[in-house]
Write a protein that binds this ligand. Structure first.
Ligand SMILES: *Cc1c(COP(=O)(O)O)cnc(C)c1O
Length: 426
């Protein structure tokens, strides 16, 4: 059976396929550039594994305290080499990205210290961690004060406001690379480097942390290459390569990472404890695959932007813009269109393809949210997924895809559902 017949059995028309192929013709150079980045990052990961002499014996499970877990310690050296940092903490005991960021913040901020976000409001879940929205055990409860410098209306850094917000008490600057679910642009590593240099010029001993979620391996360099003292992220996003079933990482200076390890386990114990419970093969192999998985997701994002922009929908970033993360926002203009888009992503999934996504209430959101995900790892957003709050401009945030072929099918099926309902004109 040929491809188009298989696709037809999935409900994908030849007309939509033709449209997709026409768009793809225009993307050759973009895709070549993405492949070149993936090749460089693949080499970087490989070299780190070779240099650290990763062997089959390092995949063994440990239990209990996990003392002398060579596989775990070696994986952390591999991460440290890839991110060019002195140290790394990569653990299944870090339950998600928010947890990793919480460990990094609470380990490196003491009562009386000030935390500064020079890039506006941080990601939703971080707001309770910091205490911007009151919460039990927030940093605010422990006497850490929060300051924020908003971005200028064009999305650029407001250096005057940042200078004014840095005080003798400013201990840590938190910089979120990806826009998350905000409408501001994501920042390139080069931009982050400029921001860090600016902050350190004013206060040389300030700790600069970057929330690197969704950004890993999108560029040839990482924020730790341009002065970040800590980079932090989730293993069920980019660096887990789709194989890690849980986990988070913190790469950074020895001083910062030691504190994180003491916070994660206990003062005095630090990185010495933490059994791997047999999870290391997925962590190693996922990290090995991550550069190419990220490349597939990036191609899907660029393809979606080109296809939907051609149909008159606003896309952020636009089809021609450089990428700093794997997230693609498409403004669809109505709840009905958001539902149709998500129905297409769901229908393309290998798992739960028969489910129908509908808007629902979510803690922490003031409007309903719709989500499409049919993933092998629950909630994994390096796998093909789409979501968004049901409010103007009715934008869906599309991301992931373990393979480019799957991301492409998801994008095409989303358009098919819109076309079937008369919500997009081919
Ligand atoms: C996903 C994400 C987080 C939180 O990660 P979780 O694993 O969902 O807890 C934090 N910051 C950004 C920018 C993210 O994209």
């Amino acid at each position: 059976m040929d491809l188009l017949t298989t696709y037809e059995q999935m409900g994908l028309s030849r007309e939509v396929c033709r449209r997709g192929e026409a768009v793809l013709e225009t993307l050759r150079d973009r895709f070549d550039a993405i492949d070149r980045t993936a090749e460089a990052n693949q080499a970087k990961v490989l070299l780190a594994m070779q240099k650290n002499r990763v062997g089959a014996n390092h995949f063994a499970a440990t239990t209990g305290y996990g003392y002398d877990d060579d596989g775990r310690d070696r994986l952390e050296r591999v991460y440290a080499d890839v991110f060019h940092t002195e140290a790394a903490l990569v653990r299944p005991q870090i339950t998600c990205g928010t947890h990793a960021l919480t460990v990094a913040l609470s380990a490196n901020l003491l009562p009386g210290d000030e935390l500064l976000s020079p890039v506006g409001l941080p990601y939703d879940t971080l707001q309770e961690v910091i205490g911007i929205r009151p919460s039990l055990c927030s940093l605010a409860e422990y006497g850490v004060r929060y300051r924020q410098a908003d971005l200028k209306s064009d999305g650029s850094f407001d250096y005057d406001a940042i200078r004014a917000a840095i005080t003798p008490k400013t201990r840590l600057v938190t910089i979120q690379r990806s826009k998350g679910y905000a409408t501001r642009p994501s920042f390139s590593v080069a931009q982050i480097g400029e921001l860090i240099a600016f902050c350190k010029k004013i206060k040389p001993d300030v700790v600069c942390m970057v929330d690197n979620c969704y950004g890993e391996f999108v560029d040839l360099v990482e924020p730790s290459d341009v002065g970040a003292d800590m980079v932090v992220g989730s293993l069920i996003k980019n660096p887990g390569g789709g194989l890690a079933p849980i986990g988070g990482y913190i790469c950074g200076t020895r001083a910062c990472v030691d504190r994180c390890a003491y916070r994660l386990s206990a003062p005095g114990l630090g990185q010495e404890v933490g059994a791997n419970l047999g999870i290391l093969p997925a962590f190693y192999q996922g990290f090995f695959l991550a550069p190419t998985v990220v490349a597939g997701a990036l191609k899907g994002a660029v393809f979606a932007a080109s296809l939907y922009e051609g149909l008159g929908f606003r896309c952020v970033p636009s089809a021609s813009e450089a990428r700093s993360d794997i997230i693609q926002a498409v403004e669809l203009g109505s709840e009905e269109a958001m539902c149709a888009f998500c129905a297409g992503i769901q229908a393309a999934a290998p798992v739960d393809s028969f489910a129908a996504p509908i808007p629902g209430d979510m803690p922490g959101y003031d409007s309903q949210v719709i989500m499409a995900a049919g993933a092998f790892v629950q909630g994994s957003s390096i796998e093909l997924s789409a979501d968004g709050p049901i409010r103007p401009p009715y934008a869906v945030y599309f991301q992931g895809g373990l393979t480019w072929n799957h991301a492409k099918l998801g994008v095409l099926l989303s358009l098919q559902k819109l076309a079937d309902k008369g919500l997009a004109k081919l």
